[in-house]
Design a protein around this ligand. Structure first.
Ligand code: AMP
Length: 195
């Protein structure tokens, strides 16, 4: 499955919680990029300038990284991708990877929240987490890119009938419960791992 949401919607937090409950690996492209930036790898060096300015890392770099990650052994029984795809070209690329692997997406979960709420959450996080992309101008740019490019991704999955939209405002555990309900009502996940 995929989890898609604007910056600040809590998708990373929910992806980890859902991956625990569903027993599948969570793969966050943002986390992979940040680990590479921290480790000063060639990939990190290429990605850093885009991340710092709130831009998308180019599709050519991101797509290849995702293809690599999805060839790791722990994703054969399913996975939860957090933060990918963000552009319609990435949707096409992911379709291609999945077709080669003879896998298909069960659901795409999208978290919603309004822009002003997101901006105030992100400014709060900026004080705590020291992320270089949590400055106000950068935050606004990242939100703009979400509306401009990633909403089209959401629309593509909506056309396919696999989109589950969940209100991202509320306590962390409430949002997780809503997400699990939305997934369960889709009735394609055979079992949820009990708490
Ligand atoms: P995130 O933690 O998901 O907000 O991602 C942090 C940053 O990593 C983004 O602002 C982008 O610069 C980069 N990034 C993560 N995922 C992607 C993606 N699918 N395509 C392009 N850039 C991405």
């Amino acid at each position: 499955m995929l989890i898609i949401g604007p910056p600040g919607s809590g998708k990373g937090t929910q992806a980890e919680r859902l991956s625990d409950r569903l027993g599948v690996a969570a793969i966050s492209t943002g986390d992979i990029f940040r680990a590479n930036v921290q480790g000063r790898t060639p990939l990190g060096v290429r990605a850093k300038k885009y991340m710092d300015s709130g831009d998308f890392v180019p599709d050519s770099v991101t797509n290849e990284m995702v293809r690599d990650r999805l060839s790791a052994p722990n994703v054969d029984d399913g996975f939860l991708l957090d933060g990918y795809p963000r552009t319609t070209a990435q949707v096409d690329y992911l379709d291609n990877i999945l077709a080669t692997r003879e896998q298909k997406l069960d659901f795409v979960l999208t978290l919603t929240a309004d822009d002003e709420e997101l901006i105030s959450r992100l400014l709060g996080r900026a004080e705590k987490a020291n992320r270089s992309d949590d400055k106000e101008a950068v935050i606004r740019h990242r939100l703009h890119l979400y509306h401009e490019q990633t909403e089209a991704v959401v629309a593509r999955y909506s056309e396919r009938g696999i989109l589950r939209q969940v209100d991202g405002i509320g306590a962390i555990h409430e949002v997780t419960d809503r997400a699990l309900c939305a997934i369960d009502s889709g009735a394609t996940v055979s079992s949820l791992i009990p708490r």
